[in-house]
Structures are given as structure tokens and as C-alpha cells.
Design a protein around this ligand. Structure first.
Ligand code: IMP
Ligand code: MG
Length: 179
């Protein structure tokens, strides 16, 4: 499909699944070389990264674990506005080599908030894999260790990424059409 309607907006094909799979194969190879004897824990950041994490894990042929986390707004007694907590991580990551798996690094704000929470659990190391990156949109400095595609500052859907929760199921990545 060359264009799709998601919710009320039209999107055009931007990166097809075959290109995505080729890129993931390269990433998997680099990770295997670097983590051969380290039994890494892949931490998939929900919801957006579920598809990337599944495809990446399928190609990893060294011993590895996968776990899922989510960043939520604080829901304690005080309403402290912007404070976030980490949901998930029942199995500790203390002393483990962690690879965070993200869908997209846009401004970098999310990963900037997430990293200290992950480091607080005492991992041996933390690296970041993201299938997409929008370097032009960055407001927070982020080091991405395994990047899929650097894309212009356009809104995209598909392959896990949503527009108002829709479009995550599309196998390819689509960009918002010019109006
Ligand atoms: P950041 O905090 O600005 O880096 O953005 C992080 C989150 O915003 C991502 O994990 C996505 O959930 C969402 N996001 C950023 N850009 C897009 C996009 O183009 N399409 C869909 N979601 C996006
Ligand atoms: Mg996300």
C-alpha cells in the first residue's frame, strides 16, 4: 500500500518492511558481536517498541532475555505533575547488561527521563537501540548506540508507532502526507 488513512489523516509509505528487516539484521549482528558472553537483557519500552523488539529478538542468536517496561506519570498521593515512574522490571536488572529498545527518539525527553530510573536499578551497563531517530527534533542530548534510520522531523506511523493509538499494526512505516 502506498498510502493509508489512519484516523482522520493520510500517510504515505516511507520505509517498507523489507528495508526495516535488513536494518534490524545489521543491528542484531552488531549486538551479537558486542554481547556474545554477556547475556544481555533487552528492555522493550512499551508501547511503541513492541514490534521492533519482537523482530530484533528473533534474530539474536546469543543467550539473551527480554523484559518490558513503561514510563508512567506518578500516581501517588501528591500530584507532582511531571514526575514519572517505571512500571515493569519484576526481575531485577542489577549487575546485568541492559539494552533499551525504543521505537523512536524524537526530542529525547522520554529517554532522558527513563535513563536515570534504569540506572537506579544498578545495571552493569545500559545501551540504547532505537529503530528511528529524528536528530533535527532533539532538545535533549541522547546517545543512541544502535540506530535504525535517521529521519527528518516528520510525523510517522506504523511498525509500532501510533497516531492517537492507531496504526501500530502496520508492517511498514508511513509519513504524514503534505496537506
Ligand atoms: P521524545 O520524548 O520526544 O523523544 O519522544 C518519545 C515518544 O514520542 C516516542 O516514544 C513516541 O511514542 C512518540 N513519538 C515521537 N515522534 C513520533 C512520531 O513521528 N510518530 C509517532 N510517535 C512519535
Ligand atoms: Mg514510545
Amino acid at each position: 500500500m502506498n498510502s493509508v488513512k489512519v484516523g482522520d489523516k493520510y500517510f504515505e509509505l516511507f520505509i517498507d518492511n523489507q528495508e526495516i528487516q535488513q536494518k534490524i539484521a545489521e543491528i542484531a549482528k552488531s549486538i551479537e558481536e558486542e554481547y556474545r558472553h554477556k547475556k544481555p537483557v533487552f528492555l522493550c519500552v512499551l508501547n511503541g517498541a513492541f514490534m521492533f523488539a519482537a523482530d530484533l529478538m528473533r534474530l539474536i542468536q546469543i543467550p539473551a532475555e527480554v523484559s518490558f517496561i513503561k514510563l508512567s506519570s506518578y500516581t501517588g498521593m501528591q500530584s507532582t505533575g511531571d514526575v514519572k515512574t517505571l512500571i515493569g522490571l519484576n526481575n531485577g536488572i542489577s549487575g546485568r547488561h541492559v539494552i533499551l529498545v525504543e521505537d523512536i527518539i524524537d526530542t529525547g525527553k522520554t529517554i532522558h527521563e527513563l535513563l536515570p530510573l534504569v540506572h537506579a536499578k544498578g545495571p552493569a551497563s545500559v545501551k540504547l537501540a532505537s529503530i528511528l531517530s529524528k536528530p533535527d527534533a532533539r532538545t535533549h542530548d541522547v546517545q543512541i548506540d544502535f540506530t535504525g534510520f535517521e529521519i527528518p522531523d516528520k510525523f510517522v506511523v506504523g511498525y509500532g508507532l501510533d497516531y492517537n493509538q492507531l496504526g501500530r499494526n502496520l508492517p511498514d512505516i508511513y509519513a504524514l502526507a503534505d496537506e
